[in-house]
Unconditional design. Structure first.
Length: 127
């Protein structure tokens, strides 16, 4: 019961927060950045159900990583380390692959920092 209350439930709640945050940011706020950029590249932005499932898996893995970090670091340290590992490294890769839309980071940086902070906060407070 303690494992459920102190580990599994907080990780699941953080996963839900991360999933909702990703959906709102990428499907509602900035989807036009993605689709327009992909069209310029002659590509179709991937938005099939399997892509959503993979993002769900990514959210769970990100929450687990934040949980592990939160055991060793302060809230701010956990937030910044998680943000760097989860987002900055991803942006370097997609920039290198030429699929990073221009202007995306103006919106993505503050929202992704908020996402990492709230997830870390959930995990720190409930674990």
């Amino acid at each position: 019961m303690n494992l459920l209350k102190r580990t599994i439930l907080p990780v699941l709640l953080a996963t839900i927060w991360i999933s909702v945050s990703e959906f709102v940011r990428n499907e509602i706020l900035i989807k036009s950045y993605w689709t327009g950029h992909y069209e310029k590249l002659g590509l179709v932005f991937p938005s099939q159900p399997i892509n959503g499932a993979v993002w769900g898996l990514w959210s769970l893995l990100f929450a687990i990583a934040i949980y592990i970090l939160s055991r060793k670091f302060s809230l701010i340290q956990t937030t910044l380390l998680a943000w760097f590992m989860g987002f900055v490294l991803m942006w370097v890769v997609i920039w290198n692959m030429s699929v990073m839309p221009d202007g995306l980071l103006y919106v993505a940086v503050p929202l992704s920092l908020l996402e990492a902070f709230v997830a870390a906060f959930i995990l720190k407070k409930l674990s």
